[in-house]
Design a protein around this ligand. Structure first.
Ligand SMILES: [Zn+2]
Length: 275
């Protein structure tokens, strides 16, 4: 379980203070560790983009639970159709990608399940060919609709590293266009394969549900200025490297939500206490 954290009010006050003091200039030197002593608490998990790049369209996670005819995507869209919206009861994120695009593990873990042998266009099952990775602490990620015969030659139970090649995007299972369905789930265990799906773009519902105070607003390790996740397995994001901060973890909030804060300021806030 994650360690106790500062209250949300404390964190927002800290953010406000950082904004007032830090402005948009990059601080220099090693951040003052004492200013944020509890930031060493590890987030339970962070995700790297499970594709080489994210330059096409999405269907987002529907935060409006259940099949009730209404939809709510993390970006504020309430449309139930069209790209960049959630469709009703969609419990993952769809990344449009051409068939054959390589799919990578979003975080380290072990192969929990692997299903192969389903042809493209075979809609007998929802998932088609897919891989499930168990990350520990109840977290699992799902990679659906993979192309037959491309799945990594690794057996169930064996470890995978963050960013490891898992297979290729395909058209297996119930899908109308080639894409990767990426599912993030919490509360899985030996008897519960899926647990509770959550939106990797939006940390708040997850933290509220689990009574944790945290200012994180996303589970992606890093995002670009357009709010698209990046591949950042163990890499120090260039923005933070430029500011002189050594920590590789930069779960900064969506730029839209905190547009007044520079990336450097956010790096300082989150990187305090990192080795
Ligand atoms: Zn999907």
């Amino acid at each position: 379980m994650p360690l106790p954290r500062k209250s949300m009010l404390q964190n927002w006050l800290f953010l406000l203070l950082a904004f007032v003091l830090g402005g948009s200039s990059c601080p220099t030197g090693v951040p003052n560790q004492q200013s944020n002593p509890q930031s060493q608490a590890e987030p339970p998990i962070q995700f790297s983009l499970p594709l080489a790049s994210d330059n096409m369209q999405h269907y987002f996670f529907d935060q409006d639970d259940g099949e009730n005819g209404s939809c709510r995507a993390y970006n504020g869209s309430t449309a139930c159709t069209g790209f960049e919206s959630a469709y009703d009861n969609h419990r993952g994120t769809d990344f449009s990608a051409q068939t054959g695009t390589r799919v990578f593990a979003a975080a380290a873990g072990k192969i929990f399940k692997k299903v192969d042998g389903v042809d493209d266009g075979d809609m007998t099952t929802d998932e088609g060919n897919y891989i499930v990775i168990d990350h520990g602490q109840g977290f699992r990620t799902f990679y659906l609709h993979l192309q037959k015969g491309t799945l990594v030659n690794t057996s169930e139970g064996l470890p995978v590293t963050c960013g490891e090649d898992l297979g290729a995007v395909g058209l297996s299972g119930k899908t109308m266009g080639s894409h990767l369905h990426f599912g993030a789930h919490f509360g899985a265990n030996e008897g519960v394969e899926k647990g509770t799906p959550f939106d990797p773009y939006d940390g708040f519902p997850y933290w509220k549900e689990h009574n944790q105070s945290d200012i994180r607003t996303t589970f992606w390790a890093s995002m670009d200025a357009q709010g698209r996740p990046l591949r950042t397995c163990g890499d120090t994001p260039s923005e933070c490297a430029a500011c002189g901060f050594p920590c590789a973890r930069v779960p900064f909030p969506r730029p839209i939500q905190l547009s007044g804060l520079s990336i450097c300021t956010l790096c300082e806030i989150y990187d305090n206490g990192c080795p």
